[in-house]
Design a protein around this ligand. Structure first.
Ligand SMILES: [Cu+2]
Length: 271
């Protein structure tokens, strides 16, 4: 989003002479903002529209995100409208010099502005708690179990239910987490040192990785392709380098991959 925003700021002063030109450049900037932000990053969520939800959980998360935005915008429009109305309706007219009548302790208004935010928060809370509960549910017998270990400053992935093959990547090359499309995967998150956070933006989901507490979640990848993953909790000097790749492939390709990885583990060659 940044490049198009900068472009708009540069264009504005040169074209402010006629209202038509201003409108045209504003429309161009808006189109640019939308199109550039959509292609600037393939699997990062953009302002209001995460572009690629890659799991069975993603539609629920997306609808919570969009519903929250719509509710927040509706509240915003009402509040901004009331502010503008108050400014216009109660402005000082010419000839008026005294303070207008001062209102205090208006019980109905005070009850109203206490109750309404409470209702708003309760509605947000209800939908968030409901979805969080569903999203964090795990099954007793997932198709695969993968242990994710976060350590300053790298990730290790162990295919616990598929022979125990393990990868940490190679020096200078982030590891790749390989997943099978259409099969459920339960993640077990461990940390060897400090708190990290396991984040794959395309999953529209992140979860803290806490030493001494094994957090779990379960997803079914729904799209083959390559995605980015990273640590989302500031965890020390090289936090920014705590990256990994995610590759979703067909179940048979996945089986071949983990078998091959296990062989490489045992022969001591590259992980
Ligand atoms: Cu970290």
């Amino acid at each position: 989003m940044r490049p198009s925003g900068t472009g708009r700021q540069r264009q504005a002063p040169a074209r402010h002479s006629s209202p038509g030109a201003v409108l045209r450049s504003a429309a161009l900037a808006a189109v640019g903002l939308l199109t550039l932000s959509a292609c600037a990053s393939d699997d990062m969520p953009t302002f209001a529209m995460p572009v690629r939800g890659a799991t069975d959980q993603a539609p629920r998360i997306l609808s919570l995100w969009q519903g929250s935005w719509i509710a927040a915008l509706a509240v915003g429009v009402i509040v901004w409208g009331l502010i503008v109305w108050a400014i216009v309706a109660f402005r000082r007219r010419s000839g008026e010099t005294d303070l207008p009548p001062q209102t205090r302790y208006n019980l109905p208004i005070e009850v109203f502005y206490t109750a309404v935010p409470f209702i708003i928060i309760a509605v947000f809370f209800y939908f968030t708690a409901r979805d969080e509960d569903l999203i964090l549910r795990t099954s007793a017998n997932p198709d695969h179990k993968i242990v994710v270990t976060g350590v300053q400053w790298a990730w290790q992935f162990t295919y616990a239910s598929d022979g125990g093959a393990m990868t940490t990547g190679t020096p200078g090359k982030p590891p790749t987490l390989v997943l099978p499309e259409g099969e459920s995967v339960k993640f077990l998150l461990d940390s060897d040192d400090v708190i990290h956070s396991f984040w794959v933006p395309a999953f529209l989901f992140k979860l803290d990785v806490i030493p001494g507490q094994r957090n779990t979640f379960e997803i079914t990848p729904t799209k083959q392709g390559e995605f980015k993953g990273k640590c989302a909790e500031l965890c020390g000097q090289d936090h920014a380098r705590m990256l990994f790749n995610v590759k979703v492939m067909s179940p048979s390709e996945f089986d071949t991959y983990v078998a091959d990885l296990k062989e490489r583990n045992e022969s001591g060659s590259a992980q």
